[in-house]
Design a protein around this ligand. Sequence first.
Ligand code: ZN
Length: 495
Amino acid sequence: MKYIYEQIQLITQYRYLLTLIQWDMETEMPPAAQDQTASAVSFVSEKMYDVMTNDAFISELEKYETAEETSQIERKMIEELLLDVRKMNRIPKDEYVEYQELLNYAHAIWVKAKAEADFAQFEPTLTKIIQYQKKLIEYYGYEAHPYDALLNEYERGLTVKKLDQLFSLLKERLLPLLKRIQTSGITITGDCFTTGVYSIEQQKEFCTWIAAYLGFDYDAGVLKESAHPFSMSLNKKNVRMTTHYHENNLESSISSTIHETGHSLYEQGVADFLVGTFLDEGTSLGIHESQSRFYENIVGKDIRFWEPIFPKLQAHFPDQLENISCTEFVQSMNRVQAGPIRIEADELTYPFHVMIRYEIEKMLFEEKITVSEIPNIWNKLYKEYLGLDIENDAKGVLQDVHWSMGSFGYFPTYVIGSAYASQFTHIMERDIDMDEALSSDLKQILDYLREHVHQYGKSKTADEIIREFTGELFNPEYYIAYLYEKFSKVYQLSE
Ligand code: ZN
């Protein structure tokens, strides 16, 4: 076992370095440092590959997997490690390193293509990334559908079959609600977030404060800026997150900060004894998104949360918010308005953005479409699902960073996470006085999530967490009920 812990220590060090480089690339790195950074990434990736595919390591893991003296937590650790090392072993080393290099350059190519709203510039790189994904599918293997192999990387056990069912249910139930809102005669705008100039310094001060107010520990984390907000964890004592500030949009920085804080609270809340076991991180992307979207939407758009702190926000923007009431402010946050950008979408149209990406990825891996056809299909689906005409590639197919990072199969976790969040909230409302918690004691909510989700890290799977927390399996009805209840109220729809 000592040997296994030594190897974990090595893998942890390499992962630390890779994560730190990635953080630097997204936040501070000057463009001219691209080549040097790429070569550092290749160097460390290769080292990590060697440790993970070392025969002696694998046979030790296999030996202790079933050994009697192996504790329960070690068993889990070995199980997780074996999944990773067996997968890594199927990828030839030269292909692995070459791919890491490709991804390094892909980011910059995507940034430029997006800035110039020109998919054609990104197409050759994207084609290469997809070719590699297709190889991965063969290496990883699948039972029913090739795309399952990729979905499983982000949410274990997630399949096309399950997602087809979920998405057709959501389509069937949510489209009528969306129609009713669109024909309700009630229009809620987001004008209070966009009239005037909101000083970036003031936004920064408020966002820094609100993260701490939610429970973010600045002794064990930082909040910085990047073009696309994200969070990552080096370990629970070193959690990094970013947000972005726009002078003409107050809403974006606040909701991004709250969202990323949700991710960070999860990472900071993993139990201490899991550090160094390979299990000291969020268990799945779906559970991760359940935490971020819970804070962003269920906490961060609730009037009970805003009432006590709205005067503080007003004090930061006395001129802009002088004549806005807290009720109007929160109502604006909850407006439903189909738009082309996923990260700015309201809660009700959000799942449709994800479905569009899912449909496209599925078609790609079924070999039904080619890469060059993606923009047209994208625009066609936006028209079909949300009635929108897409102005250009920057506001369409190039808007998300994910494909440039090789993250195929990732998007569905956003909807899965939102649905988990509603299911968790249903139980939370039974155990906690939400009026009191939201208005004056957020720690109650954090402690509750720590107890039922955060502390376990990867020592429990997503399915285990859901079952033990809620007493049942994943059930999307809670999500649908939540959306109906919330938006019927916002738009005064009668039963
Ligand atoms: Zn997120």
